[in-house]
Ligand binder design. Structure first.
Ligand SMILES: [Mg+2]
Length: 277
């Protein structure tokens, strides 16, 4: 069976204008494709070369997008040859099979979470309400599985963030800060569990993965070979693993490099030697 290429989207494959990190002159900037439109305006981008690489991966039927986005947020992302046979949203809470949620997986996730961690309402109660704290601007629910706050980082002292993180971890939840979004996610709700399910159903015997944040770490650990960009939460934490490569580039050019490495990993299915960060 072919490998599964499981990749996170935001700040791994697609980038907002503020996350492009383009080095060099404007005249040398790569050609970009709009990957997401929100309220009528472009929101996320990838390079045209990255788009071509994703087209190749999709053509082979091996590419599985894996995101913490909700289903609605995921459906705004325009990638070549979508809908793919398989995709994972909601941090592993939803498996999309040919674009539609898989009911069996939804039931499995609900059963697994029921006694494994504190309920959503208990975690929500730990988060300051918008208006009560200058850092917390909005609180959103994701498929009733987890919550994420839109925050003003400048107004969130490090000790308050670590106190909230500790309180959540004590209740079996994971906290991940990505740009202006603070995610509070049940620890058993993982991208790797959903990918393991897809691998079992498709008979895939090898998983190559890419991701940039703490919420991707379980997937990178689970994979046979993995890649992360030289930016983001994992990079800032200095995360290394024996089978984890780190890109030379950062920003949207790291996204292009990740696609190139994923294509190469499928073309020549040999686990690459790890590259020191
Ligand atoms: Mg990401």
């Amino acid at each position: 069976m072919p490998a599964i290429v499981a990749s996170d989207l935001d700040r791994t494959l697609i980038y907002s204008a503020g996350a492009l990190m383009l080095d060099g002159t404007d005249a040398e900037a790569p050609l970009l494709t709009v990957a997401e439109v929100y309220n009528g305006a472009p929101l996320s981008y990838l390079t045209r070369d990255a788009e071509d690489g994703l087209e190749r991966l999709a053509e082979r039927g091996v590419f599985v997008p894996v995101t913490t986005r909700t289903v609605a947020q995921y459906r705004r992302v325009r990638l070549p040859r979508a809908p793919h046979d398989w995709a994972v949203t909601t941090n592993g809470g939803v498996i999309l099979h040919r674009g539609e949620p898989d009911a069996d997986w939804t039931a499995t996730v609900a059963a697994r979470l029921e006694h494994a961690c504190a309920p959503l309402a208990e975690i929500e109660a730990l988060v300051p309400r918008p208006g009560d704290h200058p850092a917390f601007l909005r609180l959103n629910h994701a498929e009733e599985l987890f919550v994420y706050a839109i925050i003003d980082r400048a107004n969130l002292p490090a000790d308050e963030l670590s106190a909230l993180t500790d309180a959540c971890e004590a209740r079996g939840w994971t906290v991940s800060l990505q740009g202006r979004k603070l995610y509070l996610v049940p620890s058993p709700l993982t991208k790797s569990a959903a990918i393991a399910e897809i691998a079992a159903r498709t008979g895939a015997d090898r998983v190559v993965a890419a991701g940039d944040s703490l919420l991707d770490l379980d997937l990178l650990r689970y994979a046979d070979a993995a890649i992360r960009p030289a930016h983001g939460e994992l990079h800032d934490a200095g995360i290394t693993l024996p089978h984890l490569e780190v890109t030379a580039a950062r920003g949207v050019m790291a996204g292009q490099e990740i696609v190139e490495r994923l294509v190469a990993a499928v073309d020549a299915p040999v686990v690459a030697a790890p590259v020191a960060p």
